[in-house]
Structure formats: structure tokens, C-alpha cells
Design a protein around this ligand. Structure first.
Ligand SMILES: C[S@@+](CC[C@H](N)C(=O)[O-])C[C@H]1O[C@@H](n2cnc3c(N)ncnc32)[C@H](O)[C@@H]1O
Length: 312
């Protein structure tokens, strides 16, 4: 049986167990090795932080977003720490599960320290040296600090809540962002989340910036399939395969654009990776993916930046 099918079965079973997120972490850490903080992952997310800040600066002419919110930070808070280093004062991370830990924060900090030592960090973020000193001094005597102290020193607050119902005031956030998260949220949940983001983001000087990875995530792990493999299944078949710990909605760039348009959220800046037409053509596509031009279905990643000052 192909590796991706084995993983799908294991995740499906885990999704029905109590403490499924914790069990999934252990499964990914020790079996699929999908949660170790690799250099590639670190630099990729650092690149996202760079693009969020660049997009924010371009739209607002301000250097630093004072208040930021990320949905679905995951195990390693690379983007929130980047925002701290560039000067943000209020940084929220919203997730339904608390996925980081003191140990994973330390791993994250070590990556920042190593990246700076290698002279690479400045190529990604224009960090404030005094803010970087906070991290280096923390690392000297790490055990002395509690997780709560560490997060407070970094201006980071974790909100463990459903992003459809945020405990934040209207009009209070300069930059709302996400990284490789929207693809895991089905439209019936994503739409209310976007409405909530529209509520909390500042209508003057507010920006939204979202990176979406529309590739089949099983292909990241099983190199015998390509990134469009999941598009062969119809919705009924996919419901059997998909699981609640790492769901994949499979929606394409045109679907996201339709959702944005329906909610009157502009796509002010857009970049995307075109994907690979030959790989897409190798998949017997389910009917729902054949109604749009194949070039659009093939787009594998996109980044939308929205100038929220144009939203009423
Ligand atoms: C795949 S992970 C994000 C990965 C991470 N951002 C990265 O760059 O690797 C998606 C996250 O979104 C969170 N999430 C899903 N639905 C949510 C909701 N309604 N409210 C808040 N968080 C949600 C999940 O719990 C999960 O931690």
C-alpha cells in the first residue's frame, strides 16, 4: 500500500481518539518526522514573515505593524517571533489547540540565533538589535523562565479559541496573517473566519496577508505521488480519506478569489506558483476540477494581500 494511504489511515484513526493533536504530534515526530524544525521549513516561514512585512509596508507606508494576529501558528512560532524582532508590540497567535511548548520555543530561538550567526537573518527581516538581545539573553539561562514569562517578553499572546469568534475588539489589529493554514479550513468555516478578520482588522492602515499551499500535503511525505493526486477524488470519496487533524479542503485559487469577492475583501496584491501542468494532466481529475482552465487548477501556492482600508 502506498505510504500516503497508510498515513491517511493512521491519521483518520487518530482523529477519533481523545488527545488526537498530541498523538498526532508524536506520530509525526517519531514516525513521519514531519514536525522536526528543519532548516528548509524555518527559512520558508522566515520568507513568509518577510513578505507579510513587505506587503504591509507597501500598502501602509508604515515600517512595522504595531499589532499583529496570526491564525494557526502551529508548532514553531517563527512568524510571530519575526514580528517581535522587527518591532511589533502586540502579537496574537490564534489557534483552537495550543501547539507550541517551552521546548519548541527554544528550538525556534536557536534557529534564529544560528541564522543570525550565519549572517542570513538580516536578508529576511530588518530586526531591531535590542529585540534580538532579548532572545540571546533568554537562551543563556533558559530554564529560569516560565513559558508565560517568555511569551510576555516577546509580546506574544496565545488565544486558544476558534477564529470564528475572536475575543478581540473591532478595528484593533494592523496586520492579520496566516501561513499554510487556509487550505486546512473548509469554506463553511473559512467564511465566518474571514468575516471575523474583517471585523478586527483596522479599517485605516489595516492589512491582511495570507499564504495558501494548495498542494496535496500527502505528496510532501510520499514522493511517489504528485501534488495534484487528491484532485482525482470526488467529494464523497474525499470525505472518507480526509481527517480532522490535518484536513485538506482542496479548494483552488479561483474558489478563494470567489470567497474574497463575496465578502468584499479585496485582493490588492497577489503572487502565485503556477504548478506543473504535466503533473496535473497525469491525474484523472474529478469532474469538479475540470470546469475551470487547467492552468488555474494547477496553481499550487498563492499569497493574497488585502488593503483593508478599502473595506467599508
Ligand atoms: C496546518 S496548521 C498551520 C501550520 C503553520 N501555520 C505552518 O506555517 O506550518 C493549521 C492550524 O490552523 C488551526 N485552525 C484550524 N481551524 C481553526 C479555527 N477555526 N480557529 C483557529 N485555528 C484554527 C489548526 O488547529 C492548526 O493548528
Amino acid at each position: 500500500m502506498k505510504k500516503w494511504k497508510q498515513k491517511a489511515i493512521v491519521q483518520k484513526v487518530i482523529s477519533y481518539l481523545p488527545f488526537s493533536q498530541k498523538i498526532n504530534y508524536l506520530f509525526q515526530r517519531y514516525v513521519t518526522k514531519g514536525v522536526n524544525l528543519s532548516e528548509e521549513y524555518f527559512l520558508d516561514r522566515l520568507g513568509h514573515a518577510k513578505e507579510h512585512i513587505k506587503g504591509y509596508q507597501k500598502i501602509t507606508n508604515n515600517k512595522v505593524p504595531q499589532s499583529c494576529l496570526e491564525i494557526g501558528t502551529g508548532w514553531y512560532p517563527i512568524v510571530p517571533v519575526s514580528f517581535f524582532l522587527t518591532g511589533a508590540d502586540i502579537i496574537y497567535s490564534v489557534d483552537i489547540a495550543f501547539l507550541t511548548s517551552k521546548e519548541r520555543l527554544q528550538t525556534t530561538f536557536q534557529k534564529f540565533v544560528d541564522c543570525n550567526k550565519a549572517g542570513q537573518l538580516k536578508d529576511f527581516i530588518d530586526f531591531i538589535p535590542e529585540r534580538f538581545d532579548v532572545i540571546t539573553s533568554l537562551m543563556v539561562d533558559y530554564d529560569k523562565y516560565s513559558l508565560k514569562d517568555i511569551l510576555a517578553m516577546l509580546n506574544i499572546t496565545y488565544l486558544i479559541e476558534d477564529a470564528r469568534h475572536l475575543s478581540l475588539a473591532d478595528n484593533s489589529i494592523n496586520l492579520v496573517n496566516s501561513n499554510n493554514t487556509f487550505e486546512h479550513i473548509y469554506p463553511e468555516i473559512l467564511i465566518p473566519i474571514l468575516k471575523e478578520f474583517r471585523r478586527v482588522v483596522k479599517k485605516q492602515g489595516g492589512v491582511m496577508s495570507h499564504f495558501i499551499d494548495m498542494s496535496d500535503h500527502f505528496a510532501h511525505f510520499d514522493k511517489s505521488i504528485n501534488i495534484y493526486n487528491f484532485l482525482q477524488f470526488d467529494d464523497k470519496q474525499w470525505r472518507w480519506i480526509d481527517n480532522s487533524i490535518q484536513p485538506q479542503s482542496r479548494i483552488r485559487i479561483y474558489d478563494y478569489k470567489q470567497i474574497y469577492s463575496d465578502l468584499n475583501i479585496p485582493v490588492s496584491e497577489e503572487t502565485f506558483r503556477p504548478g506543473n501542468m504535466n503533473e496535473l494532466k497525469a491525474i484523472p481529475l474529478s469532474e469538479k476540477y475540470t470546469s475551470k482552465p487547467l492552468e488555474e487548477t494547477a496553481i499550487s501556492h498563492c499569497h493574497f494581500i488585502s488593503d483593508m482600508s478599502t473595506v467599508g
